[in-house]
Design a protein around this ligand. Structure first.
Ligand code: SAH
Length: 360
């Protein structure tokens, strides 16, 4: 049993089964033993890898997207540039380098705010982004709300705790984590009030909600409505409200049981994009998407940029570059499982990469 498993077992023995979101929050963020408190998770030697770690062109295009949106909104002389869950800081480093070449005034006007709970990740971020004088926060709520907000979140929302509900007749029961013969496992709780509808879901179907993610999307929407700005969220998940248990654990790039060594594995769940968009709209912003990552990056000109790079790259590097880009774009890899949405001021036209109508 991991140290966190023992701690959770004692907590359950004393207070009863935990809602799934409380379990997930403990696994990822427990003060002593949470996954993001202590592990260096990302990269070949870690547990998972992400788009900015695969190809620098990803962060560069996002930097250009943000700079374009800043310019489209009148180049405000001061704004908050926010990254939610910056990981090793690679995306923002690539974004700022590309933006500085294309539009130096954008970088000059930016105040960089990094929202992350992970101490080891913050060290990595300091290493790559220290020159930009960032401030760190554990929560978006701590970022000053005094200027336009331009924000990006890549594989952030999938790390936020989900609740699970099980259909029983006309009711929905909370799924919980309890003890069975001394081991952590799922148990079913009482019927609860829910704010979703899934008339087609069969008996026993599991519906997930992510109140923490919706609260952040709503806060982004409110800030953008108040001060202007734009936010981009990229993640893997669903484009239509459905059902299914998507909670998954990864360790050393392999799927493991979600109760296997809690606190030592990455835990994620699919992002419910329609729910995030609805929350941002409730906050007062407009939302665009949902577009597949492959289509989004293609529209932003990834193939053109790649073509230019390939011309000057030595053969081996060119092969690697082409392969990495393919991984981001290909529908059999990250191209459609990963999806993109953005939040912009109400009435703003669709930013580059997005169409006016719902796309998926
Ligand atoms: N965006 C990066 C990292 C993704 S991993 C990339 O694409 O490579 C998820 C990131 O979110 C990590 O940096 C993790 O420390 C951070 N994180 C996870 N849960 C969080 C929370 N509740 N609040 C703030 N940051 C969180």
């Amino acid at each position: 049993m991991s140290a966190l498993a023992r701690k959770l077992a004692a907590r359950i023995a004393a207070g009863g089964p935990l809602p799934v979101d409380a379990y997930m929050a403990a696994c990822l963020a427990d003060e002593e033993f949470g996954y993001y408190r202590r592990t260096n998770a990302i990269g070949a030697a870690g547990d998972f890898t992400t788009a900015p770690e695969i190809a620098q062109i990803f962060g560069e295009l996002i930097g250009l997207w943000l700079a374009d949106q800043w310019q489209a909104q009148g180049s405000p002389p001061r704004f908050n540039l926010v990254e939610l869950g910056p990981g090793r800081g690679v995306l923002m480093q690539d974004a700022l380098r590309a933006a500085a070449q294309a539009l130096p005034a954008f970088v000059a006007a930016a105040r960089l705010h990094l929202v992350d709970i992970s101490v080891p990740m913050r060290d990595e971020q300091r290493h790559r982004l220290g020159a930009y004088g960032p401030s760190w926060h554990a929560d978006l709520a701590d970022v000053p709300n005094d200027a336009p907000l331009f924000a990006v979140a890549n594989e952030f929302f999938d790390a936020l705790p989900v609740r699970q509900h099980v259909r029983r007749g006309a009711a929905w029961h909370a799924r919980r984590v309890g003890l069975r013969e001394g081991r952590l496992g799922f148990v079913e709780g009482d019927a609860v009030e829910v704010d979703f509808e899934r008339p087609q879901a069969p008996e026993g179907a599991i519906v997930e909600t992510c109140p923490a993610g919706e609260a952040i999307a709503a806060a982004l929407g409110t800030r953008i409505a108040e001060h202007g700005g734009a936010a981009l969220a990229i993640d893997y998940g669903t484009a239509v409200p459905g059902w299914g248990d998507t909670l998954q654990a990864l360790r050393k790039h392999k799927h493991v049981d979600v109760f296997d060594r809690p606190g030592e594995c990455d835990l994620t769940a699919h992002v419910d994009f329609p729910a995030l968009m609805a929350a941002a709209r409730k906050g007062g912003a407009a939302s665009y998407g949902i577009v597949g990552q492959g289509a989004f990056l293609t529209r932003l000109g990834l193939p053109v940029r790649l073509g230019r790079l390939l011309k000057s790259a030595p053969p081996r590097q060119a092969r690697d570059l082409a392969k990495a880009s393919q991984r981001l774009l290909d529908p059999r890899e990250m191209g459609t499982l990963f999806k993109v949405v953005c939040f912009v001021p109400a009435g703003a036209s669709p930013p580059p990469g997005f169409a006016a109508e719902l796309e998926i």
